[in-house]
Design a protein around this ligand. Structure first.
Ligand SMILES: [Ca+2]
Length: 183
């Protein structure tokens, strides 16, 4: 018998395809961005505690946790010509990202509307403005002023009546719109 050998060389080509690097997306990543460039110094956990460093902040955000938001309070003061300070007039405002809302300053003789409202707002800049730019007929916007804390800032404008308010985590702002009765 003839012995023959058949040598089969089987070359297998393995095409290695590197697995695509998953890109993080969504809110966790967006929140984590706020930690960079010293941003971690301006953010707080929901329980109010601060971060020890950037990694602490990024880790917190990466787990889907939210940062402590800010609080914006809007107050209306209406000075009446009769000196009672009881004004039935409604004053309506717009607020970035929120429905319009109305306030009055009738010393709660009518509980329908309050003379102030507070809003929980995320980190960012918001504008609260007298609706329509001008005050109601018979009233003049005499002053717009905002008090801020170390985690917030504000700029006010009398014409048209508005306030631009910027919140870092934990920001607290109160903006007061003061009206004078003109008729
Ligand atoms: Ca009222």
């Amino acid at each position: 018998m003839k012995l023959s050998k058949l040598v089969v060389l089987c070359a297998t080509v393995v095409l290695a395809v590197g697995a695509g690097i998953a890109t993080a997306g969504g809110g966790n990543s967006t929140n984590a961005q706020l930690c960079y460039k010293n941003g971690w110094k301006t953010q707080f956990k929901l329980d109010g505690t601060a971060f020890v460093n950037q990694d602490d902040c990024v880790s917190y955000a990466a787990h889907g946790n939210s940062f402590l938001a800010g609080t914006l309070t809007v107050v209306v003061v209406a000075n009446t010509t009769d000196g009672t300070g009881i004004a039935a007039q409604d004053f309506t405002f717009s607020l970035t990202g929120a429905p319009n809302f109305s306030l009055d300053d009738d010393n709660n003789t009518d509980p329908t509307l309050p003379d102030m409202r507070s809003f929980n707002v995320p980190v960012g800049t918001f504008t609260v403005a007298q609706l329509g730019g001008a005050g109601p007929t018979g009233w003049t916007l005499a002053n717009v002023s905002c008090t801020t804390n170390a985690h917030s800032s504000a700029s006010t404008h009398l014409f048209p009546g508005s306030a631009d308010v910027t919140f870092q985590s934990g920001g607290v702002v109160t903006c007061t719109f003061t009206y004078a009765q003109s008729t």
